[in-house]
Ligand binder design. Sequence first.
Ligand SMILES: N[C@@H](CCC(=O)N[C@@H](CS)C(=O)NCC(=O)O)C(=O)O
Length: 205
Amino acid sequence: MKLIFSPASPFVRKVRIAAIELGLIDKIEFVPITLAPGQTNDAYVRDINPLKKLPALILDDGEVIIDSYVIVEYLDDLAGGGKLIPASGPARWKVKSDHSLLQGMLDSMLLCRYEKMVRPQGLRWQAWFDDHWHRVWQGMARFDKQGDALSRPIDIVQIGLVCVLGYADFRFADCGWRKAYPNLGAFNEKMLTRHSVKVSLPPAA
Ligand SMILES: N[C@@H](CCC(=O)N[C@@H](CS)C(=O)NCC(=O)O)C(=O)O
């Protein structure tokens, strides 16, 4: 299998951590690509993902799987199923719903990054930035109160959460999430003792 990736992407990091935790990392060849805002990246869009987003997993038979959640679910299935995403019952729906919240937080963080650091100065819209950052902040508040989600054996929610926090450190280093959310700080420290989480930290900004 080939994973089309960029080292700074929190969505890619989620897949990488999952692959290590599932014992599948050696089965994946990592293929880097740069997707630049405002460029069409024609070959990638035509052959791999019309949405022009990373990551994408290319299977040995040429099939393409897009979206980090779907890729993790595929890998989980390959590893026997029910390892990082519960296979059935109320826990499955809770994990999927919590993960959707994390996915939305990452989407908002990316919008904030583009608004603040990429969009030409004169075109920036502060209220839009504030609106999306508020969603991220409220999401963190929700997880800070969820003792169970922070302490149970590793799953896709814990992986997604550590990717959110790592991306906050990487792109919004002065946002102060540790001070505002001490339970998340302790959770992050604990997660950083895992090999998968440590080796997948984003490159220096
Ligand atoms: N829902 C997608 C989101 C992926 C995503 O937004 N990836 C970003 C990289 S961090 C991307 O490829 N952005 C390029 C663009 O939108 O132009 C997933 O979970 O894989």
